[in-house]
Ligand binder design. Structure first.
Ligand code: GSH
Length: 226
């Protein structure tokens, strides 16, 4: 393997935190290059040359390959650097259940979450954004409720006591969502318990807790949990 570190394009309040947590959890060397989405740096030609999809994060491997899609990168890192540890191996009984919930999260919970953050992209008239925002919040809340139901029966982690990359994904998104869906921490005890287990991980936990703190500080919403 090459001696080059990984290069992670991310920073700020973005889902790059999930990849960063994985790099920490696996004790891998990496360099973080901050791309400021508030300044539209992710739309500039320099960044589009790295990730033509125009989103954060992107990860350049020591071998020089560029990967994108947060969940794909997280799972790829787990399979590559700790096979069968942070994700059940393909021949393990838990693999199917793991993949179901991992993909439920990316395919079902993330789309309404994205609409919450960018409602203006889903309207043709400017005056429809409030309705899109409200509907997206309701849809996201309903999907988080499905996860809450599953975790309350099978938790605290999504495979009971076994910590995987899926729990990291749930945990950082619970923080991320705090900006608009206060009740993720206030009203979803099973998801909160999963977050707490993830935040107690010695390697990646401190990063997760710092991320939660940053989201809390950047949001002016008075109802955020202390
Ligand atoms: N499906 C992609 C979506 C990535 C994504 O939407 N990233 C956000 C940051 S969390 C972003 O780049 N937003 C800027 C934009 O949508 O213009 C993934 O999960 O990695």
């Amino acid at each position: 393997m090459s001696d080059q570190p990984y290069i992670l394009y991310g920073g700020g309040i973005t889902r790059a935190i999930g990849v960063q947590m994985m790099l920490k959890e696996l004790a891998l060397d990496y360099e973080l290059k901050t791309i400021d989405i508030r300044k539209d740096e992710h739309r500039k030609s320099e960044f589009l040359a790295i990730n033509p999809a125009g989103y954060l994060p992107a990860l350049v491997t020591p071998e020089g390959e560029t990967l994108h899609e947060t969940a794909a990168i997280m799972l790829w890192l787990a399979d590559k650097h700790a096979p069968g540890v942070l994700a059940p191996a393909p021949d393990e009984a838990d693999r199917g259940r793991f993949l179901s919930w991992f993909f439920f999260f990316t395919s079902d919970i993330q789309p309404p979450m994205k609409r919450i953050f960018y409602p203006e992209r889903y309207v043709t008239e400017n005056d429809g954004t409030d309705a899109v925002f409200e509907l997206a919040c309701n849809q996201a809340r309903e999907r988080w409720t499905v996860l809450e139901g599953y975790l309350s029966e099978n938790g605290p982690l999504h495979l009971g006591e076994r910590f995987t990359v899926a729990d990291m994904q749930i945990a950082f998104w619970a923080c991320y969502g705090m900006r608009y869906l206060s009740e993720i921490f206030e009203n979803f005890p099973a998801i909160t318990a999963c977050y707490e287990r993830a935040s107690a991980q010695p390697r990646s936990g401190p990063l997760l807790k710092a991320f939660q703190q940053t989201v809390r500080e950047r949001s002016s919403r008075p109802w955020l949990p202390k």
